[in-house]
Write a protein that binds this ligand. Structure first.
Ligand code: ZN
Length: 242
């Protein structure tokens, strides 16, 4: 079983009636239900207001892939927890960063750039194009799919050049956005996926759910041992050796 932890800030859903109407039990609950359709995944959730934000050493040790949704309270995430997640990613834990998670402390730390972008909340149509059909995250998806009402994110998106680009979004207002990005950091794999604003029912969308399931599999850790660095003796080679 691949062990997934879905982390949600879980604040909008508690205080904004328009968000409660879409996600009465929290965004994490809908994503958990989507991932549980894949019987090879074991899914738990964690939220900001739990002790250590629900991301203790023990939880992270038992997590193969962490999924991250945050928006209004990025600054409240303790640096100690950010550093712990960062170290786990470098050590091989996968990380799927969703939508406004582009501004999370941990994503910015892993990217090393501002991770800023343009945005507009106007209920526009988004058409998501698969631009890397051979990529495992595109497995089973059509050439494009549409989400009828979204918040627009526009380029330039200030992130490093990705190792793979899987999706590009077009919006009816005219902008485009690199909406599915793959990175490697240390032994860990990171996937950023754009869709998911809190006032629209985007995580109920069948193709969005399909991408999330594919993404956690792609981000799964390899079973390689921990890396070691530093001084090593010269390889010995004697004459006569094969
Ligand atoms: Zn948003």
């Amino acid at each position: 079983m691949l062990r997934i932890t879905i982390w949600n800030e879980y604040r909008h859903e508690k205080i904004h009636p328009d968000v409660q109407a879409v996600y009465p039990d929290g965004i994490h609950a809908v994503i958990a239900e989507a991932l549980c359709k894949d019987e090879s995944l074991s899914v738990r959730v964690a939220t900001l207001d739990e002790p250590e934000h629900g991301l203790t050493d023990e939880v992270l040790e038992q997590t193969d892939v962490l999924m991250w949704w945050g928006h209004m309270a990025h600054d409240e995430v303790q640096d100690a927890v950010v550093n712990r997640v960062h170290q786990r990613v470098l050590g091989g834990m996968g990380l799927v960063v969703l939508h406004s998670g582009h501004f999370s402390k941990v994503f910015k730390k892993l990217m090393g750039t501002s991770c800023d972008l343009h945005w507009r909340e106007a209920g526009e149509l988004e058409r998501i194009w698969t631009v890397n059909p051979a990529h495992p995250i595109a497995q089973g998806l059509p050439p494009f799919f549409e989400i009828p009402e979204v918040e627009m994110y526009g380029e330039y998106f200030d992130v490093p050049e990705p190792d793979s680009l899987v999706f590009i979004s077009w919006f009816e207002g005219g902008e485009v956005f690199r909406s599915g990005l793959c990175y490697h950091r240390g032994q860990g794999k990171i996937f950023y996926f754009r869709p998911g604003h809190e006032t629209y029912p985007i995580y109920y969308h069948a193709h969005v759910q399909h991408v999330l399931r594919n993404a956690v599999h792609w981000c799964a850790p390899t079973s390689n041992p921990a890396l070691h660095f530093g001084h090593v003796p010269q390889f010995t080679h004697q004459k006569g050796d094969a």
